[in-house]
Design a protein around this ligand. Structure first.
Ligand code: UT7
Length: 336
């Protein structure tokens, strides 16, 4: 990560974005054929109609991450060698060593980049973006690829109807770079964690990872375990709090922002926060109907769709908010 480092105060701009989802669709009707559920239940309770799933025999988190990175490099119009860092937010890496970041940096020829994975579950991309932006502002790096990438299908128990119907596989990437205009970039960020709530959402690897309260529940080691009601309550409160805080600290109103990108967890969670804050639905991007919840992949997948549609307008700030396992939460408000 050597390259030419910026000197003095600098801003940060988004150069380009990319995303990738598997071709294979898993619809609500497919689930209804596999287990006791229905399209009506899933649509009404979650807003999800279908999600994408990898063929795990030959594909994994790195497959999607690499595709998203390649597309972002192309969109940004840079050479892979220009990247100082590749950071991948994920909890579904094929191997804990090497990181997904190392593998994809190697695959695309980002030979000057340092690379690492970051784990903050569904908040991961916003955590990674905030971290990367701060590194550029501090003058430690000039160009960084930030990704959120998940192979959620690799950690799902497809006999657990209350969890498996929610998630899909996806990856997204934003390439950010130092800009001479210090007003550009992240104008407000907040990240938080409450580890005392970790057992609401976790992936046990050993019997001893399972907390006493879950001892009587059927648990498959290596699969995501979730207390849906507890996460729902946390999410509704936290989303509102995090957005309210970001608006207050930046003195922005919902009218001032071009878009609010929320982690796509459940349409009821997004709507509850939107209604409490009086934000018009046109300002809140939703693609959960097509992709479900792709954890760290969800915010950058939305960002890429909005970026390519020209909806992240220059001169108007936009906001990203996420919450997830840990428990964690994060916001990031950007001037473009
Ligand atoms: O990125 C963060 C990840 N997690 C989340 O954001 C999840 C947050 N939680 C949720 O989105 C919701 O809690 C769920 C969608 C998971 C569940 O919705 P709910 O309205 O909280 O349903 P519930 O858990 O209260 O279950 C109501 C009923 C239960 O049946 P009984 O006990 O009333 O007979 C469940 O067994 O619905 C049943 N149920 C289902 N029925 C049909 C649970 N899952 C299903 C299903 N199909 N897939």
């Amino acid at each position: 990560m050597m390259g030419q480092l910026p000197s003095g105060a600098c801003g940060v701009r988004i150069l380009g974005t990319g995303s990738a989802v598997p071709d294979r669709r898993l619809t609500n009707d497919d689930f209804a054929r596999m287990m006791d559920t229905s399209d009506e239940w899933i649509t009404q309770r979650t807003g999800i109609r279908e999600r994408r799933v990898l063929d795990l025999r030959t594909e994994g988190c790195s497959t999607l991450a690499q595709r998203a990175l390649e597309r972002a490099i192309e969109g940004a119009g840079i050479k892979a060698e220009e990247l100082d860092f590749v950071i991948v937010a994920t909890v579904t890496m094929e191997m804990t060593c090497p990181s997904v970041a190392c593998r994809i940096a190697g695959a695309v020829g980002a030979k000057n980049a340092a690379a690492f994975d970051l784990g903050a579950a569904c908040s991961g991309f916003v955590y990674a973006l905030n971290t990367a932006e701060a590194m550029i502002r501090a003058g430690r790096a000039r160009t960084i690829a930030v990704l959120g990438a998940e192979a959620m299908s690799s950690i799902l128990d497809y006999t657990d109807r209350s969890v498996s119907i929610l998630f899909g596989d996806a990856a997204g990437c934003a390439i950010i770079q130092a800009d001479p205009d210090p007003t550009k970039g992240c104008i407000y960020q907040h990240m938080g964690a409450d580890g005392s709530g970790w057992h609401a959402l976790y992936i046990p690897r050993r019997e001893s990872d399972v907390p006493a309260e879950d001892a009587d529940n059927p648990i498959r080691l290596g699969s995501l375990r979730m207390n849906g009601k507890e996460v729902f309550r946390f999410a509704v409160t936290k989303f509102k709090e995090v957005m309210e805080d970001a608006f207050k600290k930046t003195s922005l109103t919902p009218d001032d922002v071009s878009q609010v990108i929320c982690h796509q967890s459940n349409i009821r969670i997004i709507d509850a926060a939107r209604e409490k804050l009086g934000i018009d639905s046109s300002k809140i991007y939703v693609n959960i109907d097509r992709y479900g919840n792709s954890s760290a992949g969800s915010v950058p997948l939305c960002l890429d769709e909005l970026w390519r549609a020209g909806k992240i307008t220059k001169g108007k700030p936009f906001m990203m908010v996420a919450f997830g396992g840990g428990l964690t939460w994060a916001s990031s408000v950007w001037n473009t």
